[in-house]
Design a protein around this ligand. Structure first.
Ligand SMILES: [Zn+2]
Ligand SMILES: [Zn+2]
Length: 425
């Protein structure tokens, strides 16, 4: 048996277009996963919550849960689905990786949008139509590939929010009338809107490298390069509020995506580069009104992000899988200083192998304990019978010290019953 590849609990469905601007959203992935199991999305959501012992609230539709956003909930769903499918990195299908960089306000769209041409292309290629993560980003209002505006109204029944707000969803089809959402019904995109969509697309294709700790130094460098380090000038020049900028630098405030886009536009740098901390060679273009003064060197040149060494973590996990004593996953998390979520998202095979081995070890240990307890019950029963009694009680076992090991065997009565029956037959 190959210990590094335990079978996955749910189908190991591949996410669409990962590592590209057209990456699939987790909402879409979840719908396709439910479909491939012949389940409704609602059923699958309830099943997953039940599997992980989370409370299931009856009146709560699965689509009211946050799957693709920046929230902790989205990250949790990504980790759960990575654990169940064995497909790591499903948080790439959410906005959660940007949680420490981009503020919430203005990020979530008010209604569900899609590019009809993208859906029509998917269908023409004979592929499953899927929903793009970029459609979940409010400032994105157009499709870069097709240069058209995103739609939010079904071309057949003219209803809105019909993309995935139902128990049964087939991505690309209206949840109200069943019509295909890819039927053409488009307006051309403006160059400004295309620029924004292109920036966000590039942002989505790679995970950010700037961590929460490196964010303030990054913002300080931005202000240094774009306004000579003067926050008030920076705010005035680019249309930010002075208190807002002060908050970013001094109180850990997060610029909104719109604010980051303003910085990118006027700074002549892509969002992707900003969020990768790749700013050593960044030169702010001189605007016509500015005099050609040489820019001062940044006091914080080269923002290094603190990233975990996943090759080393994987190697440690592999060693733990092969260690003589099985290691519990939570124990591995403590030793390596990473969360269970991160392990399933970044070192999926190793995490599942470790968990699987521990589970089998535990199951084996339980069987052994039960065998021992039954043997002891048998001994006490025989003693009682030879002393003239016609049975035994749990108290007799307690007096005899049966089942004192930790943890004790649950359901002791069922074992007593089984032993008595085996003596009778
Ligand atoms: Zn498109
Ligand atoms: Zn419709």
């Amino acid at each position: 048996m190959n210990i590094l590849h335990p079978r996955s609990t749910l189908h190991a469905l591949s996410p669409m277009a990962i590592g590209t601007p057209e990456v699939e959203s987790l909402t879409s992935y979840f719908c396709r996963l439910a479909y491939s199991h012949g389940m409704t999305a609602q059923k699958l959501a309830d099943w997953v919550l039940d599997y992980f012992d989370s409370a299931v609230c009856e009146r709560y539709g699965w689509h009211q849960r946050s799957f693709s956003s920046q929230s902790i909930e989205s990250e949790q769903w990504a980790a759960w689905l990575s654990e169940l499918t064995g497909i790591e990195g499903l948080d790439h299908l959410t906005l959660a990786p940007w949680r420490d960089l981009v503020g919430m306000p203005g990020l979530a769209p008010r209604s569900d949008r899609w590019c009809p041409c993208c859906l029509a292309d998917d269908k023409a290629k004979g592929a499953d139509p899927y929903l793009r993560l970029s459609w979940e980003v409010a400032p994105v209002t157009v499709c870069v590939r097709h240069k058209v505006e995103l739609c939010s109204k079904c071309p057949h029944c003219e209803q809105t929010n019909v993309r995935n707000r139902a128990a049964i969803v087939v991505p690309g089809y209206c949840t109200a009338c069943g019509g295909f959402l890819g039927d053409p019904y488009t307006k051309p995109a403006t160059p400004e809107a295309l620029w924004v969509a292109r920036q966000v697309g590039l942002m989505l294709q790679a995970l950010p490298k700037v961590t929460a700790e490196a964010r303030t130094p990054l913002l300080e460098t931005v202000i240094q390069r774009m306004a000579d380090g003067r926050a008030a000038t920076f705010a005035k020049r680019y249309g930010f509020s002075k208190s807002g900028v002060w908050h970013w630098v001094n109180k850990g405030g997060l610029p909104s995506l719109k604010a980051w886009l303003t910085i990118a536009l006027h700074g002549g740098i892509s969002l992707e580069r900003l969020f990768a901390g790749d700013i050593d060679d960044w030169i702010v273009p001189l605007e016509p009104t500015q005099m050609a003064l040489p820019l001062p060197a940044s006091p914080r040149a080269g923002i290094r992000s603190v990233t975990l060494d996943w090759d080393a973590i994987r190697a440690s996990l592999q060693a733990m899988v092969l260690a003589p004593e099985p290691v519990a996953l939570h124990e591995a998390c403590v030793q390596l200083g990473v969360s269970r979520k991160q392990l399933y998202l970044r070192a999926n095979g190793e995490a599942r192998a470790l968990a699987d081995r521990y589970r089998r070890h535990k199951a084996h240990a339980t069987t052994k304990r039960e065998e021992t307890v039954r043997m002891h019950i048998g001994e006490v029963l025989d003693e009682r019978l030879s002393a003239g009694y016609d049975g035994l009680s749990a108290r007799d076992l307690w007096v005899a010290g049966v089942n004192e090991g930790a943890p004790s065997v649950p359901n002791i009565f069922s074992h007593i019953k089984a032993v008595i029956e085996s003596r009778r037959s």
